[in-house]
Design a protein around this ligand. Structure first.
Ligand SMILES: [Mg+2]
Length: 233
């Protein structure tokens, strides 16, 4: 493997953001006068659907037994995204251990850095401002976001978009993921995957990944990552 780029998932991979997302949804429901409340167990189930708007549609259809309302979903999404940005700016989230070192080392080694996320681009921008203290475009050379593709993970669309923007074949890249649907998406795009479970995915089967670690601190930089994956990819 000639490793040229790392493609990071965002939520659960760069940072443990999902509790902030859950709080943002619940704050949004209250702000819109809805008596909906997503507890941790329910939110864990809803995370099997990637993307906030798709998650809201599944909630309405499968849990409330009503047709998803596109106008209401759009309004809730706007409020939720703004709320999430304010919570992030308030300092509620940090990078996962080992991520900053891995990104710094990869950049020093000349690798290109990308993200492929089901979240909207605005969420990536807000997260980078909060956890890197730098604009997203200064941290990542390529951003492929959920609002730019037709189908969210586990479909491979957002990884294919990232690869297209990188101008690289999948064999030159590694995806970093925390969830089963993310691993499936990356594998379907032909990528080797390093999986590291997060709070909400710690009980998921990530065995489709090329390699799994418990924490990114196990990775001794970009060269170690390449070596680990070339032995099994
Ligand atoms: Mg994730």
């Amino acid at each position: 493997m000639s490793l040229k780029a790392l493609i990071f998932d965002v939520d659960g991979t760069l940072a443990e953001t999902e509790e902030l997302h859950r709080q943002s949804f619940n704050d949004t429901f209250a702000a819109h006068g809805l008596d909906w409340q997503w507890d941790e167990a329910l939110y864990g189930d809803l995370l099997q659907t990637a993307g906030s708007r798709a998650r809201l549609a599944v909630w309405m259809r499968d849990h409330l037994g009503r047709a998803p309302d596109p106008g209401l979903i759009a309004a809730l999404y706007r409020t939720k995204t703004a709320r999430y940005g304010r919570l992030l700016a308030g300092g509620g989230v940090q990078l996962r251990p080992g991520i900053a070192d891995l990104i710094d080392d990869a950049a020093r080694a000349g690798l290109t850095l990308a993200v492929a996320t089901s979240a909207g681009r605005v969420n990536v921008v807000a997260l980078c401002d909060a956890v890197f203290g730098r604009p997203a475009f200064q941290v990542f050379d390529v951003i492929a976001a959920g609002d730019e593709v037709a189908a969210n993970k586990p479909a491979p669309d957002v990884y294919r978009l990232a690869l297209k923007r990188l101008g690289l074949p999948p064999a030159d890249c590694v995806a970093l993921e925390d969830s089963h649907i993310g691993v499936r998406a990356a594998r379907a795009a032909g990528l080797a995957v390093l999986a590291c479970p997060s709070h909400y995915t710690r009980h998921e089967d990530l065995s489709d990944a090329t390699q799994c670690v418990n924490t990114y601190t196990e990775i001794g930089g970009a060269a170690d990552l390449a070596a680990r994956l070339s032995t099994v990819a």
